[in-house]
Write a protein that binds this ligand. Structure first.
Ligand SMILES: Nc1ncnc2c1ncn2[C@@H]1O[C@H](COP(=O)(O)OP(=O)(O)O)[C@@H](O)[C@H]1O
Ligand SMILES: [Mg+2]
Length: 338
């Protein structure tokens, strides 16, 4: 059993401290990674009073779109939004940051500046209040990195030291982990939540190496034994060869998402099979997220503040599901019963 010693009850919240990094991970798309990253961030801030740093590690930038919106160029390509606090005409700002500050900048020796979101105080000097900030993703930047990775040799989980454009694959994989393990982040945040993209590449492995905790959302109708087995094995084997950070990764488990009840028990059958096959690596019975408009409609609002499921009445079944799932996740990271 792997234990991580993170605590949500820190004495001095603004002291340096290595904080947990939770990754929502599955090599399949459309299973709920982005949605659950957001629901977890909201829960951690609004219900548990934490300061959360979201990282959009997916070139599709859905997480960025949901929280702060994205720009679109004249060809219709998604662009990282500009950061309102970075002045492109200021020499000092220009040396430190890109105007469209994104997580990709950690690979190019730049600082990254998280965006505040609608959850949290406007005062940037307030280091105590609950908040959700986000480091934006970059479609173009991820593509460039992906391209660099694709020409390197990675097979059977073994990365060679091939140098691609002056950057070894190992270094690329390590970089996100190093960034997340920086104790300085603990001054501002209680935890990091990473939305990983659907790929089976070094970018994906970088997300595993950056993680101290992993949740794998899956859709019980597309549940594929082979895919999940490989994924679980990759996560577990990451502990024998940590890159970029020392803390072990704890696999919180497989989480059934977008579950339809009452389709002749179809989804329930899949969940039962998954629980049997992956008994140690599955959320306990009863923890799941129902397929509901109350969840999906949150995602489409960019200009307006999205509604929160935690504002539904306390007896609402969707709110109750979300609260119990993310309370369980919180307990796995910070200890149950706090
Ligand atoms: N519990 C849910 N109920 C209804 N729709 C959901 C639920 N979870 C996710 N969705 C929707 O399903 C789609 C895919 O979810 P998303 O979180 O973007 O998956 P991923 O990040 O794994 O690609 C989105 O349109 C999202 O709004
Ligand atoms: Mg996504």
């Amino acid at each position: 059993m792997i234990k991580n010693v993170f605590t949500g009850q820190r004495e001095d919240k603004t002291a340096p401290c290595v904080i947990p990094s939770k990754v929502y991970l599955n090599n399949k798309g459309g299973v709920g990674k982005t949605t659950n990253s957001s629901l977890d961030a909201e829960y951690s801030a609004c219900i548990k009073g934490q300061r959360v740093l979201l990282i959009d590690w997916d070139g599709q930038m859905n997480l960025t779109g949901h929280w702060i919106g994205v720009d679109v160029d004249e060809k219709g390509n998604l662009m990282t939004p500009v950061h309102p606090d970075i002045d492109p005409n200021d020499e000092e700002d220009k040396a430190l940051y890109s105007h469209r500050s994104s997580i990709i900048d950690i690979f190019y020796g730049k600082e990254v500046l998280p965006h505040p979101t609608y959850i949290g105080p406007e005062d940037i000097d307030d280091l105590i209040s609950p908040r959700v900030d986000i480091i934006a993703g970059s479609r173009e930047g991820m593509y460039q990195l992906q391209h660099n990775f694709d020409t390197a040799v990675v097979s059977h989980g073994v990365t060679t030291e091939n140098t691609v454009k002056g950057y070894s694959t190992r270094k690329l994989i390590q970089r996100l982990a190093e960034f997340c393990a920086n104790p300085e982040l603990g001054r501002y945040y209680d935890q990091i939540i990473i939305d990983a993209g659907p790929s089976d590449t070094p970018l994906f492995r970088a997300a595993i190496q950056a993680a101290t905790h992993i949740v794998t959302p899956y859709k019980p109708e597309e549940y594929s034994f082979m895919g999940i087995t490989t994924l679980v094995n990759n996560i577990l084997s990451a502990n024998s060869n940590r890159m970029g950070r020392a803390e072990k990764v704890k696999f919180i488990g497989l989480l059934p998402c977008m579950v339809d009840r009452g389709r002749g028990g179809f989804h329930e059958d899949y969940i039962r099979d998954a629980m049997q096959d992956f008994s140690h690596y599955h959320f306990p019975e009863g923890y799941l997220l129902i397929n509901s408009k109350k969840i999906s409609s949150r995602q489409s609002k960019v200009e307006q503040k999205p509604d929160s499921v935690y504002k539904l009445r306390p007896s609402d079944p969707i709110r109750k599901d979300c609260e119990s799932v993310f309370n369980y996740v919180h307990g796995e990271v910070f200890g149950h019963g706090e």
